[in-house]
Design a protein. Structure first.
Length: 149
């Protein structure tokens, strides 16, 4: 079975695919945060003989969370930040403004198209206005459509 997001907008998806085909790999900068703690690698499923429930004992303690926010290109990592907590809209904006944007170029040069998912921390008014100010006019339509979703 294939599961699709109920919020998926076919018009926006078509526009995105068309836009993507106009960019080169060298223009793209991909940004996506990830987090882990000591339980990240724990198995949630296991094998056991028929009729026997698999079990394993482990301590139930909340551990420290580490978050990683990389920006990478077709040539490798451009910049990254690791924090000892979760990212917020403010910490994400600080990363974009102070670490990533100084390394980016105006469109259509190399490293001029920033691609990110639609996580809530990416959708603050400051993030949207900051990125819109730097985008080419063709990309602004897509960003405005994304911001209104």
């Amino acid at each position: 079975m294939r599961i699709r997001a109920a919020q998926q907008d076919p018009e926006l998806r078509t526009y995105w695919i068309q836009s993507l085909s106009n960019w080169t790999a060298e223009q793209l900068v991909l940004v996506d945060e990830s987090a882990a703690n000591e339980r990240t690698g724990y198995r949630k499923c296991g094998w056991a003989p028929v009729g026997v429930t698999p079990s394993k004992s482990r301590p139930f303690v909340r551990s420290e969370r580490w978050s990683l926010l990389p920006a990478y290109t077709s040539k490798g990592f451009m910049t990254w930040e690791i924090v000892h907590s979760s990212y917020t809209a403010q910490s994400f904006e600080n990363f974009i403004e102070n670490q990533l944007l100084p390394l980016c170029n105006p469109f259509p040069l190399e490293h001029s198209v920033i691609v990110m998912d639609n996580a809530p921390i990416h959708q603050s008014k400051v993030s949207t206005s900051l990125l819109l100010a730097l985008m080419c006019s063709a990309c602004k339509k897509c960003a405005i459509m994304l911001a209104s979703c």
